[in-house]
Write a protein that binds this ligand. Structure first.
Ligand code: ATP
Ligand code: MG
Length: 461
């Protein structure tokens, strides 16, 4: 049973983990897919905005200017560096105009998404009519030339396309017709600033739904396991109770049968004295059986079924009398009892009979579970306005893991830990019901092998 149960829990947990894995994988895949689609959408939007007449006319502003610079270069009026410098200046001038057009266009295409655009120079070379090529700018030049857009780091950005602007250009050089061919290579990049927030927004519904579903399954599993454990415990407690009660009944029954036999035979022999003894034994065992049955019946009562007849009395006198009587009924030479009884001056309102039963149950337990030195205290707890009665023993104690169960009906601390102690597991249950009927509470402080303190609290009326 134990093994089966543990296996079941292990399989459930394993299944749950597998479920998380699969769910996580699916969400990740959806994320990647969305990213791809989003990237395609973004490229298309950029194409739509970029390949327009408006942008084209903006670009011709720097292109025309660049031709003028190249002519001057060919004429030897400026250096290569000057030509490139001038290109940079010109593009810087026209960039704000381009950005305005771009941003407006993108906002219309993909509202709410921040996609940066950058067009930068990859290489520039010029060839003359003889086929001699002069390189103005090389791909690996550390001094990058940005043409249009925003100057972000290309490292983490996506390359959209390369483009190649090739054009033959005729001009007049010192009165003679001249010609050069321009080869101007550019790269276009895009950089999505709010990648994650865009995608998570889209995936959040899926993610939240998955989480909720998962939590629901975990909750269901937790509830089922909890229920299973409860049922298992109830089943164990019932078995224990049946074992205990059978054990308790066995002794008086076998004594009864022995006594009956004696009575029958001695009756026949006419031995009145022995026969009378047997009758007394039968009577005692009968009373014991009756008591046992009463205990089961009575102690099974819930606090709502307990009918109290309360009276007002002096708590310290009541406690002292109760302890005096109790000491008479136990072997007081083996038990040391210390009293800490305060004269509180505040009357206790309770049902004397029931309250005594509750306290005696605690005293009986204290002695039954190994206590030889008991301290009984009574007083007023000002913090919560209650009368407290506490019983401290130096017995075997109760390990914390069992403490929350001991007030349950039929519960007894597992047999292997407390063998040899007979009982039905009803004493503390009944005690708690009595205290509850008085509107009070009962608590325990204990550690294994360190004794226990049980404290009853009854509100001051
Ligand atoms: P019953 O009182 O019905 O004859 P019981 O003593 O076993 O049987 P409870 O009085 O309800 O039942 O106590 C429940 C369990 O709590 C006990 O089985 C025992 O293990 C533990 N227990 C109670 N009081 C003490 C104590 N003073 N010291 C150590 N263990 C205790
Ligand atoms: Mg008991």
């Amino acid at each position: 049973m134990q093994l089966k149960f543990k296996g079941l829990v292990a399989i459930s947990i394993f299944t749950l983990i597998a479920l998380i894995g699969i769910q996580g994988y699916l969400i990740y895949n959806t994320y990647e897919l969305k990213k791809k689609t989003f990237s395609i959408d973004a490229r298309m939007a950029i194409s739509k905005v970029y390949y327009t007449k408006e942008v084209d006319s903006i670009m011709w502003l720097y292109r025309n200017d660049f031709f003028t610079q190249l002519e001057a270069l060919k004429k030897g009026e400026i250096s290569k560096k000057d030509a490139l410098q001038r290109l940079k200046q010109k593009t810087e001038e026209i960039n704000p105009g381009f950005l305005a057009v771009y941003k407006k266009g993108m906002e219309a295409e993909m509202p709410g998404v921040d996609i940066q655009f950058k067009k930068s120079v990859s290489s520039i070379s010029v060839s003359d009519s003889l086929g001699n090529t002069d390189t103005l700018y090389k791909e690996d030049d550390p001094d990058k030339i940005m043409l249009l857009g925003e100057n972000f780091d290309s490292q983490n950005a996506a390359l959209i396309t390369y483009s190649n602007w090739q054009e033959d250009h005729d001009f007049v050089n010192n009165g003679n017709p001249d010609f050069f061919k321009l080869n101007f290579k550019t790269s276009i990049f895009m950089n999505v600033l709010n990648w994650n927030s865009v995608l998570t927004k889209e995936l959040s519904v899926l993610f939240v739904a998955s989480c909720l579903l998962f939590l629901f399954v975990v909750g269901l599993l937790y509830y089922s396991i909890q229920n299973l454990m409860k049922q298992k415990r109830v089943a164990e407690i019932k078995t224990d109770f049946i074992n205990n009660i059978t054990h308790e009944l066995k002794t008086p029954l076998s004594t009864l049968s022995l006594a009956t036999k004696t009575l029958t035979s001695e009756h026949a022999n006419g031995n009145k004295e022995i026969a009378d003894g047997a009758v007394q034994i039968i009577d005692r065992q009968n009373t014991r059986l009756q008591k046992l049955i009463d205990q089961v019946l009575q102690s099974s009562l819930g606090y709502q079924e307990i009918q109290l007849s309360k009276e007002t009395f002096n708590g310290s006198i009541f406690m002292n009398e109760l302890l005096d009587d109790y000491l008479l009924s136990v072997n007081s030479s083996e038990i040391k009892l210390h009293r800490n009884i305060d004269s509180t001056g505040i009357a206790l309102e309770a049902d004397k009979f029931y309250l005594s039963t509750a306290i005696i149950n605690l005293l009986n337990n204290a002695i039954k579970y190994g206590g030889t030195e008991l301290t009984v205290s009574y007083g007023i707890d000002k913090t919560d306005s209650t009368h407290y009665i506490s019983i401290k023993d130096n017995g075997i104690g109760i390990s914390p893991k069992y403490q929350r169960f001991i007030f349950e009906k039929f519960y007894r601390v597992s047999e292997k830990d407390t063998h040899n102690y007979k009982g039905l597991g009803l004493g503390l249950y009944y005690t708690k019901q009595i205290i509850k009927a008085h509107g009070g509470s009962i608590s325990v402080e204990s550690e294994a092998n360190k004794g226990s303190i049980f404290t009853i609290k009854i509100p001051i009326i």
